[in-house]
Write a protein that binds this ligand. Structure first.
Ligand SMILES: NC(=O)c1ccc[n+]([C@@H]2O[C@H](COP(=O)([O-])OP(=O)(O)OC[C@H]3O[C@@H](n4cnc5c(N)ncnc54)[C@H](OP(=O)(O)O)[C@@H]3O)[C@@H](O)[C@H]2O)c1
Length: 184
């Protein structure tokens, strides 16, 4: 989605009114010819560029074009689905370099948007979310015998509960689907 399309999307949303919640749930871990790296030796320019484009650049541009639409006089939320593996503090395993780094970049962008929103929309909250390990096309090749993976509905339900529980002091934070605050 390019910026012209996002401008069009912003116009369509404006016609519907001021949103109270914008939740960006796009993301990519793999596609044809792109697999998460087990080692830095497997890293390629192409995989880094592709995952940064989808996981960081796109949500950042969504924030640019859509966060100004958030309702001003009521509480409002801008949230992006990130991933726990994007936490620098939580990275004990290594690997998945391009995906991890692209989500870390997303987290920084969300933090920056939160700071701007605090000035421009004092009733708005902006956070990054970890959805849990969720059964989806993104996770399918890596789930193995992980029977604890959440269904998409359950993950979405839990994330919405977390968003419901946030207050203004939480803006700029990184939260898991169970409400835990994650380290950057
Ligand atoms: N599943 C997990 O265990 C897990 C764990 C941690 C974090 N996450 C994060 O959760 C989010 C949702 O992932 P998911 O598991 O639901 O994966 P998914 O089923 O593969 O969904 C990814 C979504 O992103 C969209 N997307 C991908 N590239 C795009 C692009 N260039 N432009 C526009 N849309 C694009 C896809 O649209 P199309 O269907 O049209 O391609 C799809 O709707 C992602 O941010 C992911 O990183 C997932």
């Amino acid at each position: 989605m390019d910026e012209t399309e996002l401008e069009g999307l912003a116009r369509s949303i404006t016609e519907l009114g001021e949103p109270g919640l914008i939740l960006v749930a796009t993301g990519m871990l793999h596609e044809d010819g792109l697999r998460p790296e087990k080692s830095i030796r497997a890293l390629t320019r192409a995989s880094l560029m592709r995952l940064f484009e989808v996981n960081a650049v796109l949500p950042a541009l969504v924030a640019k074009h859509l966060s100004p639409l958030l309702q001003r006089n009521q509480p409002a939320i801008f949230a992006a689905v990130s991933a726990r593996v994007g936490s620098i503090g939580d990275n004990a395993l290594g690997g998945w370099h391009a995906y991890r780094a692209s989500k870390t970049a997303l987290n920084m962008l969300i933090r920056g948007v939160a700071i701007e929103l605090r000035r421009e929309r004092p009733r708005a909250i902006c956070v990054a979310l970890h959805p849990g390990t969720v059964v989806s096309p993104l996770s399918a090749p890596f789930l193995g015998s992980n029977h604890a993976a959440l269904s998409p509905d359950e993950s979405a339900r839990r994330m919405l509960l977390v968003l419901d529980d946030l207050d203004l002091a939480d803006t700029g934070g990184f939260f898991a689907y169970d409400g835990t605050r994650l380290p950057w």
